[in-house]
Design a protein around this ligand. Structure first.
Ligand code: UGA
Length: 449
């Protein structure tokens, strides 16, 4: 099938590349001409594991094309995936202006009927607005559009793996024909007919993904409800961690036992600095906003958000307790990205931590395997190091903010020899207190005695 992808952020690129790998012909476009130039030149503008390989293969097989001309991309595909950003406005509501702009482009440029699919994370009832917008912007006697919602559940860092091995594919549609078109698009994924870069073509057998056909309104709600529930789970684990500290219990023991109950599940119960990234914080806000707008008070989500914001304060309490005075101390931030295996620093806890450290007059040093370039633009006053051991030389304290493998594997005996003071505050509960203490470190983490 010929598909168009509008928006070449991580969702658009992964969607386009993986659907091309599944045998479709994909035409991608973006308003950012520089990004399209890079993609046309064979460069991958974001760090996402396996994406470069999938794109390379699709390009070689002439299954994926990039153009800065939206009209060209719109006319090429029978089905159009809208993958543009929906950033938060100041009041927390999602900014849908990019979707509106794209709807206008599609309505004016299309020369044949199109199925238009919302893939961007959008608040419920956007589909209804999209149908109206396409009709309003169409010239008299214009082509026919159908609309569907196909939320993505891709995690940054493992987005390619997630796309190829979904646990569910949700399609919100208004009619049976649209459901069958989406079924055709995803058939190669459901039947595993693609080259998998993660398992070198030999994916382990697993339960088949559920292909769920719902209404458009339900599909939109499923996305927000899922992300918000996961955020809620993390905040719940973080409150348990605080409680553990007060009563001398161990949050790892507690959450491990909780997670063994299949009704609870073991995922997303890791306590620490809380959630960041461009999805959970903004989706939570947008969901709270949407609920309020339709007269439902989603108090529980407001609490989850509050708990998450307080993680940084709790971390600073630990820093103050251990260091007493922060001013003029060399403090090393290990990890800038909001989570490992991505260069994305949007809403990363590390940013807020750096901001506060600088405010208090610390000499801030930082390291990250992928995100230094992006952080430099925000915090030019920070001293960046590629090598964590270099960063730690002469440090008064190390703060673990992102649990990259490289940081999990730090040889603290070696690092400790060059630090001014052996102090580690672990924001991701990665290291073992006993082992750190045996190496002569002052060590603190979340919720562990
Ligand atoms: C999240 C969802 O997991 C995806 O299913 C969804 O498609 C995506 O948002 C989206 O809406 O596009 P992502 O933001 O990439 O994916 O990252 P996650 O792996 O979910 O982690 C989010 C944050 O929660 C990270 O800062 C992570 O460090 C934190 N986290 C995660 C915890 O603090 N504790 C945990 O137990 C798990």
């Amino acid at each position: 099938m010929r598909l168009t992808v509008i928006g070449c952020g991580y969702v658009g690129l992964v969607t386009g590349a993986c659907l091309a790998a599944a045998g479709h012909e994909v035409y991608c476009t973006d308003v950012d001409r520089k990004r399209i130039d890079q993609l046309q030149a064979g460069q991958v503008p974001i760090y996402e594991e396996h994406l470069a390989e999938v794109l390379e293969r699709a390009r070689a097989e002439r299954k994926i094309f990039f153009t800065a001309e939206a009209s060209e991309a719109i006319r090429a595909g029978e089905v159009i995936f809208i993958c543009v950003g929906t950033p938060p406005r100041e009041n927390g509501e999602a900014d849908l202006s990019a979707i509106d702009r794209v709807a206008r482009q599609i309505a004016t440029e299309a020369r044949s009927p199109k199925l238009v699919i919302e893939k961007s994370t959008v608040p419920a009832l956007t589909g209804v607005q999209l149908v109206k917008a396409l009709a309003a912007y169409s010239p008299p006697g214009g082509v026919k559009f159908s609309v569907a919602s196909n939320p993505e559940f891709l995690r940054e860092g493992t987005a390619v793996e997630d796309f190829f091995h979904p646990d569910r594919i949700v399609v919100g549609v208004g009619d049976g024909a649209t459901a069958s078109t989406l079924g055709e698009i995803y058939r190669p994924i459901l039947e595993r007919r693609f080259y998998c870069p993660v398992h070198a073509g030999l994916c382990p057998a697993g339960p088949p993904a559920e292909f769920l056909v719902t209404t458009i309104n339900s599909a939109e709600l499923i996305k927000h409800a899922s992300n918000s529930f996961l955020a809620l789970k993390i905040s719940y684990a973080n409150v348990i961690a605080d409680l553990c500290e007060r009563i001398g219990a161990d949050v790892e023991e507690v959450t491990r036992a909780m997670g063994l109950d299949p009704r609870i599940g073991k995922e997303f119960l890791r306590a620490g600095l809380g959630f960041g990234g461009f999805c959970f914080p903004k989706d939570l806000q947008a969901f709270i906003h949407l609920s309020a707008r339709v007269g439902v008070d989603f108090e529980i989500l407001k609490a989850a958000e509050r708990v998450n914001k307080q993680r940084i304060d709790r971390f600073f309490e630990k820093i103050h307790k251990a260091l007493w005075v922060i001013k003029d101390k060399k403090i090393v931030v290990l990890g800038l990205a909001f989570k490992p295996d991505t260069d994305d620093i949007r809403f990363a806890p590390a940013l807020e931590i750096i901001r506060k450290l600088l405010e208090e007059g610390a000499a801030v040093h930082a390291t990250d395997p992928q995100a230094i370039g992006k952080a430099k633009l925000l915090f030019p006053a920070v001293c960046y190091h590629e090598d964590p051991y270099e960063a730690l030389r002469g440090a008064d304290a190390a703060l673990l903010c992102t649990e990259w493998k490289a940081f999990r594997e730090i040889d603290w005996e070696r690092a400790g020899q060059t630090m001014a003071r052996r102090l580690v505050i672990d924001g991701r509960d990665v290291y073992q207190r006993k082992a750190m203490q045996q190496l002569g470190f002052d060590y603190d983490s979340f919720g562990r005695p």
